[in-house]
Design a binder for this molecule. Structure first.
Ligand code: KG4
Ligand code: ZN
Length: 331
C-alpha cells in the first residue's frame, strides 16, 4: 500500500477497538471487541474485569484490523494508542501492547489523549469540520464545550461541575431498569413516550458550564412519588431536559465567536434525538453541523488513529505514559 496509514488502538474503558486510518480520515478497518456482556451484570464497568478482557482481546483485534484493511506492517507510519484519560488497567494494556508492537515492528508509538480522539471523530470518513468550530463533547466521562481554531488549537469554554450527561443517561437507565449502557436504551424508550414531566434544567439560564446531578436526583425523586408516570414518559421527559440544556448552551456559545461549524462528538452524539435537535440549532445559527458517523460517536480506534496524525507533526515526541486524568487541552 502506498498511502500513509496509522494503526489506532483504544482501550481506555470497556471497548477494545483497533482501526487502520489514512491521513485523510478514510477508515480502512475498525474492529471493536465489546465488553457489554462482561459488565452487564454489574450495571457499569468493572475495572479489573475490563483489564482482563482487554488482555484477552487486544492481539486478535489488532490482527483482525490489519487483515480487514489488507495492510502489512511495512505499510504503517505509526501506531497511535490512547494514553488517557481512562481506567489505569485498561490504559496499561493498550499502551504496553502498542509499545511491544512498535518495538517488534520498528514503528513509532504515539500516546494520544482520548478526548482529542473524540474531538477529531467528526472528520472520520470525510473531512467535515471547518474552523473556527464550536465543539460539544458529550461522552460517559465528560460534558464540555470547546472552541477549536484548528485541529490542534483548543480553548475550553465550559464544563460540567458534577456528572456528565452520559453518566446521567446511564444512571437514569439503571433507575428505570434498562440495564447497561443506559444511553441507547433510554433513546429507544423515549421515542415511545411523551415529555410531560417538567424535570429541572440545571444551570440553563446562564453561562457555559453544565450540571446534571440534580436532574438525575429529580428523576429518582419522581420515581418515589405517588403519581409516578410510565417509564416511556419519564425517559422522554429526561431526554427533553438534557437536550434543552445542551442545545441552549451550544446556542449561547455560538454567540461568543464567529464559528463556522458546530461539532458534536462523544457517545451521547450517537443519540438520534440530539442529532436532530442539533440540526435545528445549526440551521438557525447559520453554521455547518458536523457529526461523527453514528457508529463512531462512541469509543473507537479510528478516532485515535486520526488524532495520531496531529501528533506526528509536533516537534516533541508524544508521551506514551499512562495518564488517567488527562484534560481536554492537554496533548
Ligand atoms: O464516548 P463514550 O463511548 O465513552 C467515553 O469516553 O466515556 O461515551 C459513552 C456514553 C455512555 O454514557 C452511554 O450511555 C452514552 O455514551 N451513549 C448514548 C448513546 N450511545 C452511547 N447516549 C445517548 N444515546 C445513545 N444512542
Ligand atoms: Zn470516549
Amino acid at each position: 500500500m502506498s498511502i500513509p496509514i496509522i494503526l489506532g488502538i483504544e482501550s481506555s474503558c470497556d471497548d477494545t477497538s483497533v482501526a487502520v486510518v489514512t491521513r485523510e480520515g478514510e477508515v480502512l478497518s475498525c474492529v471493536t471487541a465489546s465488553q457489554v456482556e462482561v459488565h452487564k451484570a454489574y450495571g457499569g464497568v468493572y475495572p479489573e474485569l475490563a483489564s482482563r478482557a482487554h488482555v484477552a482481546s487486544i492481539i486478535p483485534t489488532v490482527e483482525a484490523a490489519m487483515e480487514q484493511a489488507g495492510v502489512v506492517v511495512g505499510d504503517l507510519q505509526a501506531i497511535s494508542v490512547t494514553r488517557g484519560p481512562g481506567l489505569i488497567g485498561p490504559l496499561l494494556v493498550g499502551l504496553n501492547t502498542a509499545a511491544g508492537l512498535g518495538l517488534a515492528w520498528g514503528v513509532p508509538v504515539i500516546g494520544v489523549n482520548h478526548l482529542r480522539g473524540h474531538l477529531r471523530s467528526a472528520d472520520l470518513v470525510e473531512r467535515r469540520v471547518t474552523y473556527p468550530a464550536l465543539v460539544l463533547l458529550v461522552s460517559g466521562g465528560h460534558t464540555q464545550l470547546v472552541r477549536m481554531d484548528d485541529a490542534r488549537t483548543i480553548t475550553l469554554l465550559g464544563s460540567t461541575r458534577d456528572d456528565s450527561v452520559g453518566e446521567a443517561y446511564d444512571k437514569v437507565g439503571r433507575m428505570l431498569g434498562l440495564g447497561y449502557p443506559g444511553g441507547p436504551a433510554i433513546d429507544r424508550l423515549a421515542k415511545t413516550g411523551v415529555a410531560r414531566i417538567a424535570f429541572p434544567r440545571p444551570m440553563m439560564r446562564e453561562g457555559l458550564d453544565f450540571s446534571f446531578s440534580g436532574l438525575k436526583t429529580a428523576v429518582a425523586i419522581h420515581l418515589e412519588s405517588k403519581d409516578v408516570a410510565g417509564k416511556e414518559d419519564i425517559a422522554a421527559s429526561f431526554v427533553a431536559a438534557c437536550l434543552d440544556v445542551l442545545i441552549t448552551k451550544c446556542g449561547r456559545a455560538l454567540e461568543t465567536f464567529d464559528a463556522k461549524s458546530l461539532v458534536i462528538v462523544g457517545g451521547v452524539a450517537a443519540s438520534p434525538q440530539l442529532r436532530e435537535a442539533a440540526t435545528g440549532l445549526a440551521e438557525k445559527a447559520g453554521v455547518e453541523l458536523c457529526l461523527p458517523p453514528q457508529k463512531w460517536a462512541t469509543d473507537n480506534g479510528a478516532m485515535i488513529a486520526l488524532a495520531g496524525w496531529d501528533y506526528l507533526d509536533l516537534d516533541s515526541v508524544p508521551s506514551t505514559r499512562p495518564q488517567p486524568r488527562l484534560s481536554i487541552v492537554d496533548f
